[in-house]
Design a protein around this ligand. Structure first.
Ligand code: GLA
Length: 388
């Protein structure tokens, strides 16, 4: 749906009204490297996509906020002066979480009519929820003139997810959706929140996203399990060398200290995080030096570490990556996001993309019985107000 159609849908739903309708957009993201490092104070390297969530909003001179979306039938509303709670597993929890976080900071909003519309494939692990949080925060900040800094909106988005929705994610997704920049990836230190926009110069090479289309059943519980395993590793190492998080250790330091972790599984989890930080730093140097072959090798190693040490891949992601690597024009291929389904990200030479899509798609179907979807990523801007 384009913005004109969206405006018509808004009017059909809420009437002509007398206030002005404002429009906003926040993107989804794909992470190029640096996986399961954000909640360990490590490095990530995501970029914002050109698809995401649109939001049209208009003040309605009441104390009621109404929510609707073109993606699902489910609609909802809250009365601002009454306490509100999480509504099961509804998408409305994302905007409600943002409003609840704004309330905590004494940022009071007024009644609004809101219509959302997302073009991110659902449940694909490309951060549709972060984009809903970021588009909501960006809209409310603008409409009510709160003057909240972008990075604080990112934190509000993460808190909405952690505290209201109840998903214990790190900061990467909201950060990428909020701070993204066209044709750049974002190199973020998740402990200090220092970041750099790195130009994505990919002569003749495209970022190809492949969707497993696998429902991510266990993703949430397994994600939280990995977080606790990392906490356990920090606790063990801290007995001999106090550290606030795993990312404070270099690979060499980890080799010296790893004997203090008795559980072999916990040791492998920690090894993934620390080696992934090292790979991410090397990948960014390689990109800056124009060495995409090296970048691709590090992406491959990242996947292997997520498969063997961190164990968050599974047959579907592994098959997509294995088949991708058989295509001569593939520079590198790995899972992206939380894992357990969702998507892979690959760097592919432009003239090999057709072969990539047909051959990887065919083999994937043969081996898993599922149909993969492919998207050629365009790297876009972060959350912003748009013209209607
Ligand atoms: C999900 C979370 C992020 C991050 C990734 C793994 O996308 O929302 O915070 O932890 O998984 O890198």
């Amino acid at each position: 749906m384009n913005t004109k159609e969206l405006k018509q849908a808004f009017i059909a739903l809420y009437g002509e009204g007398d206030g002005q309708i404002q429009a906003y957009f926040a993107p989804g993201r794909v992470n190029l490297i640096g996986e399961h490092t954000d909640y360990n104070g490590g490095y990530v390297f995501p970029c914002a996509l050109s698809f995401g969530t649109y939001l049209l909003a208009r003040k309605n001179n009441s104390r009621i906020v109404r929510f609707a979306t073109t993606n699902f039938d489910h609609r909802g509303e809250v009365v601002l002066d009454e306490p509100f709670e999480k509504e099961g597993k509804s998408w409305i929890n994302y905007p409600l979480g943002v409003i609840s976080e704004l309330h905590k900071e004494a940022k009071e909003i007024e009644g609004l009519d809101m219509l959302y519309s997302g073009d991110i494939p659902n449940g694909a692990g490309l951060s549709s929820s972060a984009s809903i949080e970021m588009v909501t925060g960006t809209a409310l900040n603008d409409i009510f003139g709160f003057n909240i800094e972008k990075m604080d909106l990112v934190k509000i988005g993460q808190n909405a997810e952690n505290k209201f929705v109840g998903v214990n994610c790190g900061i990467m997704d909201q950060f990428a959706s909020g701070m993204g920049a066209k044709d750049h990836a974002l190199f973020l230190n998740c402990e200090t929140l220092d970041y750099e926009k790195v130009p994505l110069v990919l002569d003749g090479i495209k970022i190809v996203i492949a969707n497993t289309n696998l429902r991510r059943g266990l993703a949430e519980s397994k994600y939280n399990e990995r977080r606790s395993e990392c906490d356990a590793a920090v606790a063990e190492i801290s007995k001999v060398k106090p550290i606030p998080n795993l990312s404070r250790l270099s690979l060499d330091e980890f080799r010296e200290l790893s004997a203090n972790i008795t559980d072999e599984v916990i040791k492998r989890r920690a090894h993934h995080v620390i080696s992934e930080n090292d790979r991410t730093l090397r990948a960014i140097s390689a990109l800056n030096a124009g060495d995409l072959e090296e970048f691709g090798k590090l992406m491959n190693q990242s996947h292997d570490s997520l498969r063997d040490d961190y164990e968050v891949t599974g047959k579907e992601l592994d098959t997509l990556v294995e088949e991708a690597r058989k295509i001569p024009g593939t520079i590198g291929s790995r899972m992206t996001g939380a894992g357990f389904g969702g998507c892979t990200v690959s760097l592919v030479k432009e003239d090999s993309i057709d072969d990539f899509i047909s051959q990887v798609g065919e083999k994937y179907k043969e081996k898993t019985g599922l149909k993969a979807d492919f998207y050629i990523a365009e790297v876009g801007d972060g959350a912003k107000k748009i013209e209607l």
